[in-house]
Structures are given as structure tokens and as C-alpha cells.
Design a protein around this ligand. Sequence first.
Ligand code: SAM
Length: 294
Amino acid sequence: MADIRIANPIRTAGILRRYGLTAKKKYGQNFLTDEGILQEIVDASGVKEGDLAVEIGPGIGAMTEFLCERADQVLAVEIDRNLIPVLNETVGHFDNLTVLNADILKTDIGAWAKENAPGKKIRVVANLPYYITTPILMGLLEGKAPLESITVMVQKEVGLRMISGPGTKDYGALSLAVAYYASPRIVAEVSREAFDPMPNVESVVVTLDRYKNPPVDVSDEKLLFDVIRASFSQRRKTLANGLSHDPGLGLSKEEVNSVIKACGWDERVRGETLTLEGFARLTEMIYNLNSRTS
Ligand code: SAM
């Protein structure tokens, strides 16, 4: 069996049957059974000697196997404890692998890496559980771990949101968060047939190369993201409406109109037309207004 990849439809089905397991919907389990796709993902991730590869949701080890062959060290974080004995059997022989039975949303990758893989470049690679794609991505982007890159399989619609720009229908808070932290590109389109069981949606693989420094300067990063979220909370409404109805920002209609005017925009401008630079300008205006009034 050793020369047959885990990412093989017959081997995957055999492993699951032997352990009496079926894919759990609540954990977003869709196992990759296409060796070629895995090769493509791992190539796109750029994982190589000297790296710590962090895999989110190793499942039964299909991608883990490839990562262990390429990286110096691999950290695989899996929430489903029923998969831990399976991983022991399928990839337990790799001495550069650590499997954590934990929730990725509660795992401090940076702290783990600092203690266990100091000096290694950290690259995240994953076939993500789709039910928590956005919180995982936001956690990785906003988190303190010094990530080099993030390469993830996501639902196609989410992939399009991650790479889109102003004025397009997919543009929103996720596009802006990605644009602030990283340069994104779609590196593969993946059909449903590559998974067992088949998901209901098409998928894409997106690589994010993390910037050393964000492309715009703001005095208060949290305020930038509060402003972005408020601007998109009322889609198809004006920016003024979104900002003045947000209790967190605490701005009056007059204050909102004055900052929009100070930015040189029409009062009916919509959030979905603004670039990241535009949002940075708006945030600075609000920051200055808050500093004057506090
Ligand atoms: N990497 C495997 C593959 O490509 O075949 C499995 C990918 S499957 C789409 C998603 C994996 O993430 C499952 O193994 C699931 O149990 C795991 N998972 C779901 N939620 C998780 C969480 N909060 N933290 C860590 N792993 C999670």
C-alpha cells in the first residue's frame, strides 16, 4: 500500500470503511482523492525545505503526506478526535509531523511556531472546512503569527470575493481584508469530482502572499475594519447610511456627511465603489474627528 497515495478514491474509501467512519458534515469533511490536484496545491504553496507547513484539518492525511515530504516540519491541526488514530496509521511514520487535536480557531499558531520551530518560515496550506472559511481566514490575516503565505481551497464564490476589486458584485469586507494583508491569486479551479464525498459547490485554490507592511497607512487598524464592516453592512445603500447607522462608530449623520465631503466624494457615494486607499482616507478623517471630539 505504501506507494499508493492516501489521495486515491479506493484507498480513501478503504480507510474510512476500516475505521467505521463517514465524512462528518458538521466539520465540513470532504476528503481530496485527486493526487494531481494535491500536487498542484502543494506546488502553489511554495512549501520547501526550511519551512514549517501548517495544515488546517488534515482529515485522513491526504495533503499531510505531501507536506511532510517537502517541509522541514509540519503542524497539522484537526478538530475531529476520531481522525487522530487514522492519522497515526497513515502519516504517523513521518518524524517531522506534529498532529494537534484542536480547534484551529482556538490555536495560537505563532506561539506554537515560536516554541517548536523557531526561525522557520511559516506557510499555511489547507483544504478548508467551508463552514468556517471566513473566521479562519480573518484569524490568519489579523493574527500575530508571522505567516509567509496562505494557500487554501475554498468555495469558488469565496475565492472570487477574496480577489475582487471595487465596483464588482463580489467586492466586500473580505476582499478589503485580503487586499490589506496580502496579494491574492487563484491558482487552480477544482471540480466536485476531486472530493469524497462530493461537495455541493465548485472550489478554487487561492494563494495569499502576505505583505511585510500593509499597502496603506492608518493610525488605527481596528477603526479601518470597523469602518469597512459598517460600509458593507447595508449593501446597495449609500456609504453615509451605512456609517451613520452603525452604533459602534457612534457618528451622527452630520459628522458622516462632513467626513465624506472632506474626502471629496459625493454624499451618495457607495461603499462598494471605494478602494482600500479610499477606506484608509475615510478612516483617517474619522480618526481625526474622534481625536478632536474626545
Ligand atoms: N485535508 C483533508 C483533505 O484534503 O482531504 C481534509 C479536508 S476537509 C475539507 C476539512 C477538515 O478540517 C476535516 O478534516 C475537518 O474535520 C477539519 N476541521 C473542521 N473544523 C475544524 C476546526 N475548527 N479546526 C481544525 N480542523 C477542523
